[in-house]
Design a protein around this ligand. Structure first.
Ligand code: PMP
Ligand code: GLN
Length: 380
């Protein structure tokens, strides 16, 4: 048969998790916490299941959850969000990203994405007949060269996808980035898809620069987030998309036939916890900053060169003093010889810089796991 995604194989996250399991390795590859969210959240989930919240939710999302999401955005980003028309609850951020892309990308439309970037954007664009246009981030600090983005715009550009805090680098936008994005899209019909799944994981006292803070950008943007990151429950797959009414209406047309609605009890539980424990996400920066500090201290005496991390829960390291293998080869070697799994950063590129020697570790792990990983790598 003629295949629709000829370039796509099994994701690097699955490949590395399987390798980690087969070598009994510490898995710092695929990004997920090894701890649970608040006990009250899990109690609220079982209570929801035991009180009959087990049938389809409204397709657009459990109303109380949409209201809590709208309230959170107003209080954090000073953005008026209508819970009825602008918020859609989805099965993880992954579904929201796919639905947004499917809703607006037409055959032959170009979609600009910034490399390195998360792996699900390009296949979604291709499946919908679009063309991915890759623009490299600055290789030294993973900031955006907005002039290069401007140069990549053509009459066929339909969408620009941005991601801050950034996976895999941990770079974050500053307010100037939002102004630059607004300037290059002004007087065009280009839409923006802003992947903000790590919105609550930003360090060193910095503020997350949501496009929702920027009125002009918010008017042309789909903003996607995920409770998996915020409440340490990646396996629940509950995410959402905020977009102006007209864009949300298009996204909802796709969502209603993609999944119709998502897991009801988790939506009920999350609505409750957002109302009762907003301090959970307000404390996430300090919580993860402590993980970052701990992991960096543990690696300080190795020959890995640690890159700066301003957000999300990933540490990039340059291993060129340890090996001249390419990053895939080094990750295979590391899992087999040191018993630690990581992700090769070139997996996030269409064409990686030729001599890049970077791998990604996830530090959303208990002290003990981070200590074990560091100890296994201490002789490198
Ligand atoms: N975008 C980015 C940048 C991510 O890192 C992830 C998950 N790791 C997702 C989207 C997908 O989120 P979810 O698991 O909620 O689908
Ligand atoms: N987003 C996670 C990461 O970057 C992986 C999620 C997945 O396996 N699809 O590691």
């Amino acid at each position: 048969i003629e295949t629709k995604l000829p370039k796509v194989g099994t994701t690097i996250f699955t490949v590395m998790s399987q390798l980690a399991a087969s070598h009994d390795a510490v898995n710092l590859g695929q990004g997920f916490p090894d701890f649970d969210g608040p006990q009250a959240l899990r109690d609220a989930l079982t209570a929801a299941m035991n009180s009959g919240k087990n049938q389809y939710a409204p397709a657009t999302g459990w109303p109380a959850l949409r209201q809590q999401i709208a309230r959170k955005c107003e209080s954090l980003y000073r953005c008026r969000v209508d819970a009825d028309t602008d918020v859609t609850v989805t099965s993880g951020a992954t579904e929201a990203l796919f639905a947004a892309i499917a809703a607006v990308v037409r055959r032959g439309d170009e979609v600009i994405m910034l490399d390195p970037c998360y792996d699900c954007y390009e296949p979604a664009v291709e499946l919908n007949g679009g063309i991915a246009v890759h623009v490299g981030l600055n290789p030294d600090d993973f900031s955006v060269d907005w002039q290069r983005v401007r140069d990549a715009i053509s009459p066929r550009t339909r969408l620009i996808i941005v991601n801050s805090p950034h996976n895999p680098s941990g770079a974050v936008f500053d307010p100037g980035d939002l102004d630059a994005l607004a300037a290059i899209t002004r007087d065009t019909d280009i839409l923006v898809l802003s992947d903000e799944v790590y919105e609550h994981i930003v360090f060193d006292g910095r503020e997350h620069q949501s496009v929702l803070r920027h009125e002009e950008l918010a008017a042309r943007s789909f903003v996607v987030s995920s409770f998996g990151k915020t409440y340490h429950c990646t396996g629940w797959k509950i995410g959402y998309c905020i977009a102006p009414r007209a864009l949300s209406a298009e996204l909802r047309k796709v969502h209603q036939y993609l999944t119709f609605c998502t897991f009801t009890p988790a939506q009920v539980a999350l609505a409750e916890i957002l109302e009762k424990q907003p301090e959970h996400y307000l404390q996430l920066p300090a919580f993860y900053q402590a993980r970052r500090e701990y992991f960096r201290e543990l690696l300080a005496s190795t020959r890995f060169r640690l890159l700066p991390v301003s957000g999300a829960y990933f540490q990039l390291v340059d291993y060129s003093e340890i090996s001249d293998k390419d990053d895939f080869g080094f990750c295979e070697w590391l899992v087999a010889n040191a018993g630690v799994a990581a992700i090769p950063v070139s997996a996030f590129y269409e064409s990686p810089p030729p001599d890049m020697r970077l791998i990604r570790f996830c530090f959303a792990k208990s002290d003990e796991i981070l200590r074990t990983a560091a100890q296994r790598m201490s002789a490198l």
